[in-house]
Design a protein around this ligand. Structure first.
Ligand SMILES: [Zn+2]
Length: 108
């Protein structure tokens, strides 16, 4: 019998480093509210280049206050990208990920 394992709740600090967070969860909410899967992530100083599974290249800046950081923390997205085919377990894991001011990993 196959049962879907319920993921453990995971806590990260609200002030967690955006680059580290994306490398960890491998998800990226685009400006128009579509959630992409991250295929590769290259850091170039204060910028990073994301390649999504649907082969889009996005350059982002490392900022905890950026739109993307906020959207990830609040899990704001309208739909998932069809091209990226994000597996359900990954989304489920993400839905069990919480951001807190006082507890959780800083991913350092
Ligand atoms: Zn995509």
């Amino acid at each position: 019998m196959v049962t879907m394992k319920t993921p453990k709740k995971k806590y990260y600090r609200k002030q967690v480093d955006l680059f580290r967070l994306i490398q960890k969860i491998k998800l990226w909410p685009s400006r128009n509210g579509i959630l992409h899967g991250v295929k590769s992530f290259k850091i170039k100083g204060v910028y990073a280049e994301i390649t999504t599974h649907c082969n889009q290249k996005i350059t982002i800046r490392n900022s905890r206050k950026s739109r993307a950081a906020r959207w990830l923390r609040n899990k704001w997205f309208f739909r998932k990208c069809k091209g990226c085919r994000i597996p359900n377990w990954k989304l489920k894991k993400f839905s069990f990920t919480f951001f807190s001011r006082h507890q959780g990993s800083q991913l350092k």
